[in-house]
Design a protein around this ligand. Structure first.
Ligand code: MN
Ligand code: MN
Length: 467
């Protein structure tokens, strides 16, 4: 048979009618280096801002540096003006005013900056058999066994009786000590091995070792605890009673690191959801003259249901939007009716080592771009907001026009589990919304991994959305 370069009718049809999301490194190899460069400051952000408070502090500094001013509801703003609102140091909203009036619509991008972690209990400090510990209460959905036998750092704030705030950040600098949760040795873990994995380490076993030296004086009650307190008092000027005025969080210690011989991936805690929050913030900062006014929301408390007055289901977002409308003399409802929002949150990257929980045809993959998720939720879409075909069409058109590499994905198999995002609360404001984010492997682990290519495409998508 003769060889020919001409395609058969079937091959042509296959090209025209079928669709598969490409691997970016093959379709656009030049993006590998662009993604590497984009992710250097992302890694620095991850390493510097490990809690929601630290993220807000860092974001506010970046916004101020770029000329953003505190939003003044009584001031008239012009296209290109840049403002922000800091909500209690734990969530932050930033806007760049667009060239079109607000009643023609606004563009919102909501990502969260809280992440699963171990919070200290209100009465955290105790001594047991000559070791001093902090008692913890985990925050968000964690697999508890993953948090033992790794270096931990402590972050947060303590208020003294006189009102002075003491900022705590210890365990990140290579010269700092770290903290540690013990687990059994294999020689003695026969009975523990019979537990289910969910109970491998139980909540009340997540006790952080913080010291082992006794205060050098005879006949004292709990001398190791006293020794720790004397060190804390010397370093921070605090006493045990000050823990009731504190918020302290333990997270995996150390900086974000490249993964793989090709350095294509990044391991870090809290990619969920800094991997969306950071590119969202960068897109906000890089929007000079957007058509529609931008509203970039970095919110708190997503991991426990968007509750509290720093979570997205609080009126803080609504009040900001109302001020924005009033301030420009535009009816709030009219502005909202034309708004569109990206709920920027992560999805579960297909994991070839554990393929059983994923449906391969509807999963997202590392290195294929940002992931558009029509709906989240669990079982029969419980807890989903389920974006309309119209909203999907709008967002896909924005990405395709800008040449963004994106993929579609669901979290996992239908009956396997599930999860929600802030989308349902944005939808509750009567705003069109869809989830767009980045695939994450080992989500909610102390160290998660993502592909640099996917972060870069999320940034490209957010930038195009704000054009
Ligand atoms: Mn998330
Ligand atoms: Mn999460």
């Amino acid at each position: 048979m003769e060889t020919t370069n001409e395609k058969t009718k079937g091959q042509l049809l296959q090209e025209q009618l079928t669709w598969e999301f490409p691997s970016i490194a093959q379709a656009a190899p030049e993006r590998v280096e662009a993604a590497q460069s984009f992710c250097e400051p992302y890694k620095a952000f991850l390493s510097e801002a490990k809690t929601e408070r630290e993220c807000v502090t860092k974001a506010e500094a970046m916004l101020k540096e770029a000329g953003y001013t505190v939003f003044d509801p009584s001031k008239a703003y012009a296209p290109g003006d840049k403002v922000y609102l800091n909500n209690r140091g734990k969530s932050i909203i930033a806007s760049t005013f667009g060239t079109r009036p607000l009643n023609e619509g606004i563009r919102l991008n909501a990502a969260h900056i809280d992440a699963p972690r171990l919070d200290l209990k209100p009465t955290p400090l105790y001594e047991q058999n000559d070791i001093a510990y902090f008692k913890t209460h985990y925050y968000g959905g964690i697999r508890k066994y993953q948090w033992a036998t790794i270096p931990l750092s402590l972050h947060g704030v303590i208020y003294k009786k006189n009102g002075e705030a003491v900022t705590i950040n210890i365990g990140e600098d290579p010269s700092d000590p770290v903290f540690y949760i013990s687990d059994l040795l294999p020689h003695l873990s026969g009975r523990q091995n019979q537990r289910t994995l969910a109970e491998g380490i139980k909540g009340e076993e997540l006790n952080i070792i913080i010291g082992s030296l006794p205060y050098p004086e005879k006949d004292l009650k709990n001398p190791v605890k006293l020794m720790v307190l004397s060190i804390l008092n010397e370093k921070y000027g605090i006493t045990e009673a000050d823990f009731y005025r504190a918020e302290l969080e333990a997270v995996a210690a150390g900086p974000a690191r490249d993964v793989g011989f090709d350095r294509s991936l990044i391991a870090s805690g809290a990619h969920d959801d800094r991997v969306c929050a950071y590119p969202a913030l960068r897109a906000e900062l890089d929007s000079v003259s957007p058509t529609y006014t931008t509203v970039t929301i970095l919110t708190d408390k997503e991991e426990i249901g968007s509750v509290g007055n720093t979570g997205l289901n609080s009126d803080y977002v609504r009040h900001y939007l109302e001020y924005l409308a009033e301030n420009s003399g535009v009816p709030y409802k009219e502005m909202i009716a034309h708004a569109i929002c990206l709920s920027s949150d992560v999805s579960a990257a297909f994991d070839p080592t554990f393929p059983d929980v994923y449906e391969a045809g509807n999963s997202c993959y590392l290195g294929k771009g940002c992931v558009l998720t029509k709906y989240t939720g669990s079982r029969g879409k419980g807890g989903a907001s389920d974006a309309s075909a119209e909203t999907m069409a709008k967002v896909i058109a924005i990405m395709e026009d800008a040449g963004v590499y994106w993929q579609a994905g669901e979290l996992g198999k239908v009956d396997e589990g599930g999860g929600g995002t802030v989308a349902q609360y944005v939808a509750g404001l009567n705003i069109d919304v869809v989830d767009l984010g980045v695939p994450v492997m080992s989500m909610h682990a102390p160290m998660e991994i993502i592909s640099k290519l996917d972060v870069y495409e999320a940034y490209q998508a957010f930038l195009a959305f704000y054009k």
